[in-house]
Design a protein around this ligand. Structure first.
Ligand code: NAI
Length: 483
């Protein structure tokens, strides 16, 4: 029987000890995997590899398509981006799946109240504010760009619904903040309902993220699968981890079409590294997600069963506050799990990798409508100025060619201050000046905007520019508050 070769990075801090424990359990459980250990993590940053891994390691991950990793530390104060976030983005693992399930022996307020929890969160893993595209626009103003794309949203929603169908789930919920971010979260939500149409057997609903946070605490059993944009998904996942006893019990899978990454959700825990007290449960459960992903569900189930037996008997690692009598170290905990594995290892019939890896020769372009460019309707100019709103407005009114352009609104921190506003609106030294074409039937070009930019640049420092677009007759930009 051929084993599935997987790239394994033990990680930093507690990484090596929990990875050794987990691989030992998998080997005793009869997992048909062949670990290929790669060089990735803090040590390789320090050796001068800017990506935190050697080129050979990168190639191995890309060739094998599976990375099983321990937590990794990004050196502080070096300007290096997190290796974990980079890996997820570079290899397009667009869906971050985390499973939160009540475990026997892990007491929480919900387990005491007899409320079982079984929630799967799918967090979009590439976009949103995680592009880390940030700038200081003036000395006083910082900007972070937040990207939500149609193909990216379709991709994560399709994964969520496929997964829901495969596991026979009844309901999928979309968490969002589309009441405020009407364009970005609005697009995420629109794509959710578009994909949902292809899965009529699954009940769907959407909940605004703040309401979702409250409902997850008051009635967690109302939720089955929840899909969210990246940042909201990050926060809601940790909330769900709290519902089932903490991060130590929550596994994560980062799923892509070519490469998938399986890891624990916690970090390197430097405070307890090397002491044989770390809890390997989160990494072990990520490992069982990986075994299912590569077509070994029975072995995954055997391992989970042995883990539950061990927890049921009250054995636990030091992070889990219980009586001291059954507190054990990392190695002892893994040996107890091994002792509860089925004596006769159940091997999956027709076991092995069922993934179909597609050979690619270039970067995939994920355009939803490649022949449609939309219409330019004007531009938002972000300018630096500490003049009063009325003074800035007057300068622009004078400088614009009023046959071609009109100044529709000016806002400060998103609140309209011109042509109408309140003198009680506190301002910072930056305005958004919205200039639109007078005649919407007359086509304008990018060069017209550049001319406008140059003329405005003679009077003000231009910090940034956004085109105002019309797609299929719909103005595709937000209004200022008070407009
Ligand atoms: P952390 O998760 O490493 O530690 C937070 C607390 O939880 C500590 O008290 C730690 O002892 C405890 N803890 C974490 N995992 C545990 C386990 N398995 N068993 C028992 N106790 C455990 O978070 P922190 O301190 O914010 O980050 C430390 C380092 O980890 C940083 O360099 C950070 O960048 C990195 N990190 C890496 C991640 C990854 O590789 N995916 C994710 C999060 C953080």
């Amino acid at each position: 029987m051929t084993k599935t070769k997987i790239a394994v990075a033990k990680g930093d801090g507690i990484g090596p000890e929990i990875m050794d424990a987990v691989l030992n359990i998998m080997s005793h459980a009869g997992a048909q995997i062949e670990p290929y250990f790669i060089e990735m993590g803090k040590e390789w940053y320090q050796k001068g590899f800017g990506t935190g891994m050697t080129p050979e390691s990168k190639k191995a991950i890309e060739d094998l398509g599976i990375l099983f990793k321990g937590p990794m530390e990004t050196p502080k104060g070096t300007g290096m981006k997190s290796i974990n976030v980079t890996a997820r983005k570079v290899w397009s693992t667009y869906a971050n799946k985390r499973v939160f399930r009540s475990l026997p022996g892990v007491e929480t307020v919900f387990s005491k109240a007899g409320i079982p929890i079984d929630i799967t969160i799918v967090r979009e893993n590439i976009e949103d504010t995680y592009g880390s595209i940030e700038h200081m626009l003036t000395y006083d103003v910082a900007l972070c760009r937040r990207f939500i794309t149609r193909p990216g949203s379709m991709q994560v929603h399709r994964y969520t619904f496929e997964m829901a169908r495969n596991k026979g789930a009844k309901k999928v919920t979309c968490g969002h903040k589309a009441n405020i971010m009407k364009i970005t979260d609005g697009l995420f939500l629109e794509c959710f309902y578009e994909v949902a149409k292809e899965y009529p057997e699954i009940q769907v609903n959407d909940v605004i993220v703040d309401d979702l946070a409250m409902k997850l605490v008051t009635s967690p059993d109302d939720f089955e699968i929840i899909v969210l944009p990246n940042l909201q998904g990050d926060i809601i996942s940790d909330l769900c981890a709290g519902l089932v006893g903490g991060l130590g019990f929550a596994p994560a899978a980062n799923i892509g079409d070519y490469i998938s990454i399986f890891e624990a959700v916690h970090g390197t825990a430097p405070d307890i590294a090397g002491k044989n007290i770390a809890n390997p449960t989160s990494l072990l459960l990520s490992g069982t997600m990986m075994l299912r992903h590569i077509g070994q569900p029975q072995i995954a189930e055997n391992i989970e069963h042995a883990l539950l037996e061990t927890l049921n008997l009250g054995y636990h690692t030091a992070d889990f506050l219980k009586g001291k009598d059954k507190q054990v170290g990392t190695r002892e905990f893994s040996e107890l799990i091994i002792s509860h594995l089925p004596v006769k290892v159940l091997i999956d019939a027709g076991l092995n990798d069922t993934r179909h890896r597609i050979a690619i020769t270039g970067n995939r372009m994920m355009e939803s409508n490649e022949n449609y460019a939309g219409e330019i309707n004007g531009a938002d100019l972000f300018i630096e100025s500490n003049l009063q709103p009325g003074e800035v407005g007057k300068i622009f009114e004078e400088l614009l060619d009023n046959r071609m352009w009109k100044l529709t609104t000016m806002s400060n921190r998103g609140t309209q201050v011109y042509p109408t506003g309140s003198i009680y609106t506190e301002c910072i030294n930056q305005y958004r000046v919205r200039i639109e074409r007078v005649d919407e039937t007359k086509e304008i070009s990018q060069n017209d905007i550049f001319k406008l930019l140059q003329e405005s640049g003679n009077r003000f420092i231009i910090c940034s520019l956004e085109m105002l677009m019309i797609y299929y007759g719909k103005k595709s930009y937000s209004l200022a508050q008070g407009q």
